[in-house]
Ligand binder design. Sequence first.
Ligand SMILES: [Zn+2]
Length: 236
Amino acid sequence: MRPRVHRYGRFMIARRTVLAAGAGLTLGACGTASRADRDSLLAASATSTTTVDALAADTTSQEPIVIALTLHRLLDDGELGTMRTSGELDDIGQRINEIWAQANIVFEPLLVRDLVVPTAVLAPIVSNGNIDPLIDAFRSSIEISDPGVFNGFFLSSAFGVNGFAPSGVRAFFVVDEPTVHDERVTSHEIGHLLGLHHNADDPERLMFSGTNGTTLDSVEQVVARYIAQGVLDGQR
Ligand SMILES: [Zn+2]
């Protein structure tokens, strides 16, 4: 699977290098090993009332696909946690839904929760995107409040990128001061979770790297709905 880390600027570190530090399960998106990890980390908490035939190109005329999304403020007792307020994340959530309305995908319920973790758990994410300690913490000691089907985690910074979506988990990470709009980087990372890859041709597109573009073309809308439906149906 192609790397899904989203990077900007001159720190062109290969994704394999970034996540090589003991992050095997985050790399094995297509393997069975990562499936169990992902499911235990982020168990689906919503069911779908939509049908698979809601996948035609004219997505806005189809039934909305509704997915539970929880945005977590990652907090620690140091300075690696987010400085964002709950109100700011609520606001980002509203604007995410405006962008994803193009595909008639609705993130609901859209919850904002605090998640306090040890600094030692955040440090590897900040330095190189290694989420293994966070996953271990979820397994052993930290209970995640009201997880959504998808989960966004906000933290101070992450190895020079605006955000990233590790392979194999239904989770993405967004930093406090991205170089693009907050709702844009968040929606872009969700796009990765919904199977979309980068577009290199049009800066107006959501999946172009490093711009404030928000457009989804018809193919992207269909793919995102297909993936979303598969997730909700437990087929993915
Ligand atoms: Zn990206």
